[in-house]
Design a binder for this molecule. Structure first.
Ligand SMILES: Nc1ncnc2c1ncn2[C@@H]1O[C@H](COP(=O)(O)OP(=O)(O)OP(=O)(O)O)[C@@H](O)[C@H]1O
Length: 721
C-alpha cells in the first residue's frame, strides 16, 4: 500500500498517488509532508476528537491509527471512515451505547449523520433509505472483521435496533397474540449461536458459519418477518476440536444443564467423559441451556422435538467414544475396544438404529461393481473416518433443518413484505499455521466481499467521476481480481483443478496435485509455493496477506464423501427426527464411489454457488459497511495493540476508503428522484423539463448523479444566465 497524501495537501486536487504528476509532487512534498504529519500528531489531546477520519489531515495509516487509538483510550469505540463505520471492540459491556433511549435518539435525529458515529447511524441510514424508496430500495449492511472483532455482537445490536424502531407497535394482533415477530427474530440468535458457535483460541463465542439475515419490512417499514441464509458450517468441529478449543456450545449446554430426568433419558450421567467434549471445565456465559430452550420454544420447537434433538446430540457424544483396535488379519473387521461396546449400544439406542447395523456400517465397506456387491473390512483409520462422517452428516443436517424451522417461524409470506434490510455476518479472513480447504473457502468468501466493496464503492465511485468529467485524480487501490480469478476463474483455477481431482474417481496424490496447480496457474502472480516445506502446499497472496495451504487431504475434503451404507442406516432409524432429516428420497444421494463422475457435487462448487447467489443479492441492494477491529488478541478490555490494529486496517484497505470518501461526493441520489423531489422549488418547470431533455445521453443514462451535480442543475435552472 503506498503512502497517501491528503486532499488539502495539494490544493484540493491531488489526493493519493494521483496519476497526475505523482512523482514530481511526491518528491517536492516529501519534506513538508513529514512536517505536516508531525504537526498533526504533536498535540495528542486533540486526536480523539476526530469523529470522521476523512477530516484527518494528512490521511495516512499512522494518523488514522493514532486517532483510533486516542479514541479508544477515551472509550469512544465508533469512528466514521467515509462510507464505513470503524468499530473497535471494547471487550467490555458498554450498556449506555445500546440502550433503547440511544436507539430512539438515533432513530429520531433530524440528521443522524451528524450524531456521534455509531452502528445505529448506519442502521438508521439504511432504514431511511428504505423509507425514501429511492432505488435500490433494499439495503445490505456488511459487517466484516477478523474472528473476535465483534461482527456477531454488532449484527445482534443491529437486529435489536430494528426490532425496536421498526416494531409493529400499532398492530393489536402483533401486540396481543403469541410472540411478536421481532422477538422471534431475536430469538433466532441464541439458537443459531448454541448450535453454530464454539469457543476457539481467538474468540470464546466464535461463529462457525456465515449468515445473511434479511429483515423483511412491509410498506410502512415495520418488521413483518425475516429469513436466514447460512454458509459453510464448520461441521468437522463435531468430531475434531483443535487443542484448547471446544465443540459447539450446545453439547456443553446439554451435558451441564440437563435436569436429572433429562440426564436419565439422554443417558448423560453426571461427570460422564466424552472424547468429543474437550475443555468442558471451561465455563462460558454462552453455556446457558435455559436460554436456548426458551428461544427454541418461542420459535415453535416444542419440548417433544427439543427432547428428540438433545437425545440425538447425546447419541453423537456417545458415538465419539467408540474406538477400534487395529485388526491383525485384514480379512477380519476391526474389533471395538472393550469399553466401546457399551457406547455402541447406547449410541444405537439414542439414534434408534440396530446396534449390529451401526457396528457393521462403521467397520465394513460395501463395494458395488456392476451387479455384484462385495463387503470389505475397513482399516482402523477408515473406521474412525466413518464414525466421524456419521457424526458430521447428522449434525450438518440437523443444523440445516433448524435453520429451515427457524425460517418457517420468522419468514413472512411474500405479500406481507415489500423490502428488506440484509445483515451479513461472515467469518473473517483466516490464516493458521495449518490451512486447508476450510480456510480456502473462508478466505475465498472474504475475497469476494472485498471485491464487492472495491467494485461497488471504490471503483464505481472513481469510474463515475471519470465519466462525469469531474475534476478528480485517481487513487490506486488494491484490486483483488487476479486473486479471485486464481481461485474461481475459468477455464482453469484452484477450484477447477480441485474439482477435476474429485471427478477422476481415484485416490488423490497431493504431490501430483501440487505440480498440476503450479503448472496450470503459473501465469497468475497470486500463487506461489513454500519451497522449503516438505509437505505439498501452495501459497495464495490474498488481499489481506499470504496464506499457505496444505494440499494433503484437500481433494478428499472437497469430495466430502458419505458412504451410501451410512445414509441407508440413517434412513432405517426409528427416530422421528432422524426420519425427517434422512427421508427415503436420500437414496438418490450421489455416491462419490460410483462411476457417475459428472454427478459429484463438491464442497467448493456448492460454496461457490451459494456465494454467487449472495453476491447477486448484495449487488441488488445499497450496501453499507461496518469494519470491526480487534484491538488485541487476548480479548481484553482497553488494550490497544498498534501492530495488530494496523494489520487489520491495512487488510481492509481502510486508508484508501477514507481518501476516496474525503475527496468524493458523499450524497448521491438518482437524477429522477432529485428532480421529482426538489423540482418543485424551480419556478420554471418548463425550463427544468427542457434542461433534463437537453442533458447529454451519458448524463441521462446514469441513474445516480452526484448530489452536487444535481444541485448545480437546480441552481442553473433557478438562475438562468
Ligand atoms: N460492542 C461491543 N461491546 C462489548 N463487547 C463486545 C462488543 N463487540 C464485541 N464484544 C466482545 O467481543 C467478543 C467477540 O465478538 P464477536 O463474537 O461478535 O466476534 P466475531 O467477529 O463475530 O467473531 P467470529 O468471527 O469468531 O464469530 C464478544 O463475545 C464480546 O465479548
Amino acid at each position: 500500500m503506498s503512502a497517501p497524501y491528503s486532499k488539502d495537501r495539494a490544493h484540493g486536487k491531488l489526493q493519493v498517488n494521483g496519476h497526475l504528476n505523482k512523482t514530481s509532487i511526491t518528491e517536492n512534498l516529501d519534506e513538508s509532508f513529514e512536517e505536516e504529519l508531525n504537526a498533526f500528531l504533536i498535540d495528542e489531546n486533540h486526536l480523539h476528537l476526530y469523529d470522521d477520519l476523512t477530516k484527518v489531515n494528512p490521511i495516512t495509516t499512522k494518523t488514522v491509527l493514532k486517532c483510533l487509538q486516542a479514541r479508544y483510550a477515551t472509550e469512544v469505540f465508533y469512528t466514521n471512515a467515509g462510507c464505513t463505520v470503524v468499530a473497535v471492540n471494547p471487550f467490555q459491556p458498554v450498556y449506555k451505547l445500546y440502550s433503547s433511549e440511544i436507539m430512539k435518539q438515533y432513530h429520531t435525529a433530524p440528521h443522524p449523520q451528524e450524531s456521534k458515529p455509531h452502528i445505529f447511524t448506519v442502521a438508521e441510514q439504511a432504514y431511511r433509505n428504505v423509507q425514501s424508496q429511492i432505488e435500490p430500495v433494499n439495503q445490505s449492511i456488511i459487517v466484516s472483521g477478523e474472528s473476535g472483532a465483534g461482527k456477531t455482537w454488532t449484527s445482534r445490536c443491529l437486529m435489536k435496533f430494528y426490532a425496536t424502531v421498526a416494531a409493529a407497535y400499532d398492530s393489536h394482533v402483533a401486540n396481543q397474540t403469541v410472540e411478536r415477530i421481532e422477538s422471534r427474530v431475536l430469538d433466532s440468535n441464541p439458537v443459531m449461536e448454541a448450535f453454530g458457535n464454539a469457543c476457539t483460541l481467538r474468540n470464546n463465542n466464535s461463529s462457525r458459519f456465515g449468515k445473511y439475515i434479511q429483515l423483511q419490512l412491509n410498506s410502512t417499514q415495520q418488521i413483518t418477518g425475516a429469513s436466514i441464509q447460512t454458509y459453510l458450517l464448520e461441521k468437522t468441529r463435531v468430531a475434531h476440536q483443535a487443542p484448547s478449543e471446544r465443540n459447539f456450545h450446545i453439547f456443553y449446554q446439554i451435558t451441564n444443564g440437563a435436569t436429572e430426568l433429562e440426564r436419565a433419558e439422554w443417558n448423560l450421567p453426571e461427570g460422564a467423559q466424552f472424547s468429543w467434549l474437550p475443555n468442558s471445565d471451561k465455563k462460558l456465559e454462552e453455556d446457558c441451556f435455559v436460554v436456548t430452550k426458551d428461544a427454541m420454544l418461542h420459535l415453535g420447537i416444542d419440548h417433544f422435538i427439543q427432547n428428540n434433538i438433545f437425545k440425538v446430540l447425546s447419541g453423537l457424544l456417545h458415538l465419539g467414544n467408540i474406538h477400534f483396535a487395529d485388526s491383525l488379519d485384514e480379512s477380519q473387521p476391526c474389533e471395538p475396544l472393550s469399553e466401546a461396546k457399551d457406547f455402541i449400544a447406547v449410541t444405537a439406542n439414542l439414534l434408534r438404529i440396530p446396534a449390529s447395523s451401526l457396528l457393521d456400517m462403521l467397520r465394513i465397506r460395501t463395494i458395488t461393481a456392476g451387479k455384484q456387491v462385495f463387503k470389505k473390512p475397513c482399516k482402523k483409520s477408515e473406521c474412525d473416518t466413518r464414525r466421524d462422517c456419521l457424526a458430521k452428516t447428522i449434525y450438518a443436517k440437523l443444523f440445516d433443518w433448524l435453520v429451515t424451522v427457524i425460517n418457517e417461524s420468522i419468514c413472512a409470506i411474500s405479500d406481507k413484505w415489500t423490502n428488506f434490510i440484509g445483515l451479513l455476518d461472515v467469518y473473517g479472513f483466516e490464516s493458521f499455521p495449518q490451512n486447508n480447504l476450510e480456510q480456502l473457502c473462508i478466505n475465498y468468501a472474504n475475497e469476494k466481499l472485498q471485491q464487492h466493496f472495491v467494485t461497488h464503492y471504490l471503483k464505481a465511485q472513481q469510474d463515475e467521476y471519470a465519466a462525469e468529467g469531474l475534476e478528480w485524480s485517481f487513487i490506486s487501490y488494491q484490486d483483488n481480481q487476479s486473486c479471485v480469478a486464481l481461485l474461481e476463474g475459468n477455464p482453469v483455477s484452484v477450484f477447477s483443478l480441485l474439482n477435476e481431482e474429485c471427478r477422476l474417481n481415484r485416490s488423490s496424490d497431493a504431490a501430483q496435485l501440487q505440480s498440476r496447480l503450479e503448472k496450470a496457474l503459473s501465469h497468475n502472480k497470486c500463487i506461489g509455493r513454500d519451497m522449503f516445506s516438505k509437505l505439498p502446499n501452495f501459497i495464495v497472496s490474498h488481499y489481506a496477506g499470504k496464506v499457505q495451504y496444505q494440499i494433503e487431504d484437500m481433494a478428499e475434503k472437497n469430495k466430502d464423501p458419505v458412504p451410501p451404507e451410512l445414509l441407508q442406516l440413517l434412513q432405517e432409524s426409528e427416530d422421528s427426527l432422524l426420519k425427517k432429516l434422512f427421508p427415503d428420497e436420500n437414496n438418490k444421494v450421489t455416491d462419490v464411489n460410483t462411476h457417475n463422475r459428472t454427478a459429484v457435487v463438491t464442497v467448493v462448487s456448492k460454496f461457490k454457488g451459494s456465494l454467487e447467489r449472495l453476491m447477486q443479492i448484495l449487488h441488488s441492494t445499497t450496501p453499507h459497511y461496518i469494519r470491526c477491529i480487534k484491538p488485541n488478541m487476548e480479548c481484553k478490555a482497553m488494550i490497544f495493540r498498534k501492530e495488530e490494529v494496523l494489520s487489520q486496517l491495512e487488510a481492509c484497505g481502510i486508508v484508501e476508503t477514507i481518501h476516496i470518501s474525503a475527496a468524493g461526493f458523499p450524497i448521491r441520489i438518482s437524477f429522477q428522484s432529485f428532480v421529482g423531489r426538489y423540482g418543485i422549488i424551480a419556478p420554471w418547470q418548463s425550463t427544468l423539463q427542457s434542461y433534463i431533455k437537453d442533458c447529454s445521453p451519458a448524463k441521462k443514462r446514469r441513474g445516480n448523479q452526484p448530489f452536487s451535480y444535481c444541485c448545480t442543475i437546480l441552481l442553473e435552472v433557478n438562475n438562468p444566465k
